[in-house]
Design a protein around this ligand. Structure first.
Ligand code: FAD
Length: 303
């Protein structure tokens, strides 16, 4: 019988909107799947001035803010300069989420909003700020090239090598790489911050308690058991699998495959254990695919 442990649940640790009281849940097994939270890298002014794109509520708020910007920009008392600022939409982060959002915003503005606010068309600007040299840099270069030229054609202003260092209520400051650290300040109407996810404070505290404080996510074994905690499992964005390496177990793999104890392996013997190996070490299948090999026999031919 497992010893029952307790987990303290704070329904919304970051605000008091959705429940204020902690409560305790007993457990035999605990599954942690709390996801992540927007990563601000502690950049000053981000929390106070930026929209995030993580929860459904964030998306609803963004939609409302975009429409509000068009409403505000329609006021007859504004100068053109102010109208331009209000209709300047800045997206920080050229990963999949930021790029998808920039493209969707461009379509929403050009296909829908310009019909409702025709006078605003000439004042709208969408800027994508990315700290590295390219957007979508985790993907194949052909995808990056396609997305960058599409954005150029669509008039989305990509500022590459631009690291945001501060956001105030009307201006966003970036440090331009390779330009002797020069800070450039851009007036904006709305910023969407989309630079990936970080660790929830609850998870960070827990990681500290179990000796994983130097990690970004909870480390588990391949059965999703949190390392060092027998009855706690973790998965999703808050966790990462510490995959065993094939070479760590190579002696055991060899022993199992060598059915006739001959001390050598035939391809047939290897083929018989390969299904188990691929299941236990999924990275092997990825490796074979990346080398355009069909199975382990191709790998052996290489050697
Ligand atoms: C805009 C956007 C687009 C994306 N597009 C894709 C895509 O196209 N393809 C893809 O594969 N992935 C995509 N992702 C990533 C994908 O959404 C995540 O990888 C996935 O949602 C992670 O699931 P999860 O269950 O780990 O965490 P989440 O989906 O974040 O769920 C965690 C849940 O835990 C709750 N929670 C947090 N803290 C507590 C607490 N203290 N107590 C109780 N509950 C808590 C949260 O409210 C939330 O409901 C996208 C993400 C975003 C933000």
């Amino acid at each position: 019988m497992q010893k029952i442990r307790k987990f303290i649940v704070d329904p919304n640790p970051d605000s008091s909107q959705n429940g204020k009281e902690e409560f305790v849940v007993d457990y035999d097994y605990l599954v942690i799947a709390m996801g992540g939270r927007p990563n601000t890298f502690n950049t000053p002014g981000v929390v106070e001035n930026c929209n995030f794109l993580k929860e459904v509520e964030d998306a609803q708020q963004i939609r409302q803010s975009v429409i509000n910007s068009f409403e505000k920009a329609s006021l007859p008392t504004l100068s053109d300069e102010e109208r331009k600022r209000i209709l300047h939409f800045v997206i920080v982060g050229g990963g999949p989420t930021g790029v998808e959002f920039a493209a969707e915003l461009h379509d929403f503005v050009n296909e829908d909003l310009v019909k409702l606010y025709p006078a605003a068309k000439d004042f709208v600007k969408i800027t994508l700020l990315e700290a590295s040299d390219h957007i979508l840099n985790m993907f194949d270069k052909r995808i990056t090239d396609f997305a960058e030229s599409k954005f150029q054609r669509d008039g989305i202003d990509m500022k590459l090598g631009s690291m945001v260092v501060k956001v105030s209520d009307k201006e966003i400051s970036t440090k331009v790489r390779g330009n002797s650290g020069e800070i450039t300040t851009i007036p904006y109407g709305m910023v969407v911050w989309s630079t990936g996810i970080g660790t929830h404070p609850v998870i960070r505290d827990f990681m500290q308690k179990i000796g994983q404080s130097n990690r970004r996510a909870l480390a588990t074994d391949e059965w999703l058991r949190v390392e060092g905690c027998g009855s706690i499992y973790a998965l999703g964005d808050c966790a990462t699998i510490n995959q065993r390496k094939v070479m760590e177990d190579i002696a055991a793999i060899f022993k199992k495959a060598d059915k006739d104890n001959s001390g050598t392996l035939t391809v047939k013997e290897f083929r018989e254990v390969i299904k188990d190996i691929c299941e236990r070490y999924p990275q092997l299948e990825l490796y074979l695919k990346s080398k355009k090999m069909h199975d382990i026999a191709d790998l052996l031919k290489m050697g």
